[in-house]
Design a protein around this ligand. Structure first.
Ligand code: GLN
Length: 263
């Protein structure tokens, strides 16, 4: 059954929201499926695609963007398209949204210049840029996933706390309402450099400021997305064949040493 299965990766606005190398998240999901003999199709969601596109998507990836591109995206992701997207998330479709994307999943994003960009209101959070003269949040990040049940699932699978390694580059600061933080900061700014939170977690959606790209540096997240997408799609318990991630482990160890983080 596994070999005949297919995963369809929805990529949000590839030409507008792939700043900071987040296309690496799509490539990572694609390759980790192909290495397991799974058929994969990448489905770009663009200004030209209709709302019905979301019906054929099993996992959604949204990347980062400059303020101006975010405005263009939000002018398109409205009405039926926005409703179709929100429906997919509410019914349990997994997704990973980086930086500019999660800002748009919240209630609004106030950029440094120009007017407020109304968001989808899917995540109970708001994002505000403190002004062009305030330094951006830039640098390496390390944080521990704490959101439930994701943290428990990963801790059981890894046999240790799920630690995320990456980098951040954002001017906007995000403030959570009733939505769970994805994790707690160990190194870096995180959502706003004040409350020690990173990202947000809702249903099967991971929202994070972490570029890297995130998934190649933290492959257990990629596998969680693949497994969750297959389980939701085929309504069956799915276990993925393990892959040799020894090189990644070496790189992670080297990075934690360089950042003087013991965890
Ligand atoms: N434009 C947004 C900000 O500066 C998002 C940046 C990004 O996607 N890295 O906060």
């Amino acid at each position: 059954m596994f070999k005949t299965q297919e995963l369809r990766i929805g990529w949000l606005y590839p030409t507008l929201m792939s700043t900071y190398g987040d296309r690496g998240n799509v490539i990572c999901l694609q390759r980790r499926c192909q290495w397991r003999g799974l058929n994969v199709t990448i489905v770009p969601v663009t200004q030209q695609t209709e709302a019905s596109i979301f019906k054929e998507i099993d996992v959604i990836v949204g990347g980062g963007a400059q303020d101006r591109q975010q405005e263009i995206v939000m002018r398109d992701l409205r009405g039926a398209k926005a409703e179709a997207f929100k429906e997919k998330v509410e019914e349990g479709t997994p997704g990973v949204f980086t930086c500019g994307s999660p800002q748009l999943l919240g209630h609004y994003y106030e950029p440094a210049l120009g007017r407020r960009i109304e968001g989808l209101g899917l995540l109970d959070l708001v994002s505000k840029h403190p002004g062009a003269n305030v330094s951006r949040c830039i640098g390496d990040v390390v944080f521990e996933i704490t959101s439930s049940p994701l943290a428990e699932t990963l801790r059981k699978q890894l046999g240790k706390p799920p630690i995320i390694i990456g980098f951040e580059n954002h001017g906007g600061r995000t403030y959570l309402g009733k939505v769970e933080p994805l994790g707690k900061m160990i190194k870096g700014y995180g959502n706003n450099g004040e409350d020690g939170y990173e990202g947000a977690f809702y249903r099967h959606v991971i929202a994070t400021y972490c570029h890297g790209p995130l998934l190649p540096k933290n492959p257990f997240i990629a596998d969680w997305l693949i497994q969750t997408a297959l389980q939701e799609k085929y309504q069956a318990e799915i276990s993925l064949d393990p892959l040799d991630d020894s090189l990644v482990e070496q790189a992670r160890k080297a990075m934690l040493k360089r950042l003087e983080v013991n965890c």
